[in-house]
Design a protein around this ligand. Sequence first.
Ligand code: GDP
Ligand code: IMO
Ligand code: MG
Length: 429
Amino acid sequence: MPAIVLVGAQWGDEGKGKATDVLGSRIDVVVKYNGGNNAGHTVVVGDEKYALHLLPSGILTPGVTPVIGNGVVIDPSALFTELDGLSARGVDCSRLLISASAHLIAPYHRTVDRVTERFLGVRRIGTTGRGIGPAYADKVNRIGLRVQDLFDEKILAQKVEGALETRNQLLVKVFNRRAITVEEVVEELLGYADRIRPMVCDTGLELSRRLDAGETVLFEGGQATMLDIDHGTYPFVTSSNATSGGACTGSGVPPNRVDRIVGVAKAYVTRVGEGPFPTELLDDVGEGLRRAGGEFGTTTGRPRRTGWYDALIARYTARVNGLTDLVLTKLDVLTGYETIPVCVGYDVDGVRHTEIPMTQTDFHHAKPVYEELPGWTEDISGARTFEDLPTAAQEYVLRLEELSGVRISAIGVGPEREQIVVRTDLLEG
Ligand code: GDP
Ligand code: IMO
Ligand code: MG
């Protein structure tokens, strides 16, 4: 099984990091293809807990080559902070490869991200404040800075000057901030050039050669389908393609080389930041899920909004990504409920919907229609086979499988590496 794409099937934080880590020793290369240090993946290995942001989770497995593809936006200061932190804990980061065409997050992108959010007030997106949106905006606007620009001071200065021309007008005249000088930005960025140079290569070519050689490559999506710039709940989304198509555009590997597409979904749903969330629980039950699931952001520490499983989102995600498999995580968190509601439809102003509504307005008005499934009380954290699960938990999984139309190949029953029930091998099955 040479190429496998792993994507978030909800609004992020589904446990993609753990799913990647579980596959770890059987893969040769892990590619991050979208987003930047807005991602937060918590991976628990024995007594050690790692929080990864810009680096792909596969970096934790010895022997795996981590790759940052062209679709990623890189904040060099965040890159080196993360690398230094992992190296200090004994993680070998020496194999890391970085695309020469990946865009850079400059200090002014972070500033613009934060002041824009403040300026938007009640209409804010609730971004992570890492400069992601402004960096992608510059990319699309063709005034972005790329990794390769770090190696030519003259070009870098020209590009920074071009980018700051309008940015400074905006910062000074609209946001009432001080102007940023070309020199300060160039000086900071050039300071990273020597250290990043040995990691930089034509990652598209490298991936193509490795696939030709029969290596197994995992494409790890940051964020998730419902946060995708095209297919998510726009404008309450991130600024990149987190869906499976992004794995190709963000890496230079074409769609016909992809063999399997795995979605990761929680057994319930969470969301960080603003935007519609039909099954959201704003009461004690939601608070209970937040506490039981430890639902606080890995990147910003914000409490995550919580709600019941939404089968319409699962089906939508399966369709837009072409999912071949689902990994269902955090089933253990649902232990102890008498019955568990699962959303099987929306009521939008009196009209029943069984697919995600076409318009933002309808999605904002969607009220969940629930089916109640029997719960269980047994501790399932020690389950290692499907048969180890209580019947009600098995039936919950089977009903979700039926509703989403995609086989549930693995089930998370705890945060640790081995706390997983595998029904179908993700690489061979
Ligand atoms: P990601 O962004 O998709 O990688 O997910 P995060 O790491 O942000 O959030 C998922 C959280 O759930 C992490 O703290 C994981 O350690 C934890 N986790 C993953 N799978 C399971 C599971 O099956 N059960 C429990 N209880 N926790 C899990
Ligand atoms: P992982 O990879 C959850 C959300 C932010 C905000 C919106 C836009 O850990 O699943 P941005 O800073 O990207 O411009 O913010 O997207 N967001 C995430 N939510 N998990 C993430 O990553 C996220 N990355 C961004 O909260 O609502
Ligand atoms: Mg996360």
